[in-house]
Design a protein around this ligand. Structure first.
Ligand code: 4NP
Length: 161
């Protein structure tokens, strides 16, 4: 079982988009039972709120359904996951503040798994939800390829191609 937590600031735009995009991606590969996939915000500013409607609409336009309720990230969540995938440098700073610099071997920027390492710009400010979708999808693809290559033993009870 691979435990993956996507993290952004509010947990209403980017990280729940990543959670649902990645869940959909592993489902299409027949790998769902190998994963526990969740998402969190570094801030409590949106705690208890659903996915922001423009983010949800963008997911639906790409054929991805699902819900999420915003939750603030704690040290326990970091301990309980194998991969903490943040959206940008500011999230990384906030997560490292929670860990006091520990657990850095499991904390990555999502788009560091792509050929074009970059931040996922926050659509809360850019209003470009489509751009966020493609950056997140690209990061998720790269992350899954990394796991299939480097962690193949984790999938031995799942069929994949
Ligand atoms: P997210 O976007 O971190 O991608 O969920 C944001 C959502 C809410 C706020 C900022 C960013 N906010 O300031 O309330």
């Amino acid at each position: 079982m691979i435990n993956v937590a996507f993290v952004c600031l509010g947990n209403i735009c980017r990280s729940p988009m990543a959670e649902l995009i990645f869940k959909n991606m592993v489902k299409e590969r027949g790998l769902s039972s190998s994963f526990r996939i969740t998402s969190f915000g570094t801030s409590d500013c949106e705690e208890g709120n659903p996915i922001y409607p423009p983010a949800k609409k963008t997911l639906i336009m790409h054929g991805i359904a699902g819900n999420h309720t915003a939750v603030q990230l704690t040290l326990k969540d970091i301990k309980n996951n194998d991969y903490i995938l943040v959206m940008d440098g500011s999230n990384l700073f906030d997560v490292l503040r929670i860990t006091d610099g520990g657990y850095d071997e499991k904390i990555f920027k999502l788009c560091s798994f792509t050929d074009n390492v970059r931040d996922v710009a926050d659509p809360w400010y850019t209003r470009d939800f489509e751009r966020a979708f493609y950056d997140i999808e690209d990061g998720c693809k790269g992350f899954l390829e990394f796991l299939l290559k480097e962690k193949a033993e984790a999938f031995k009870y799942d069929k994949y191609n």
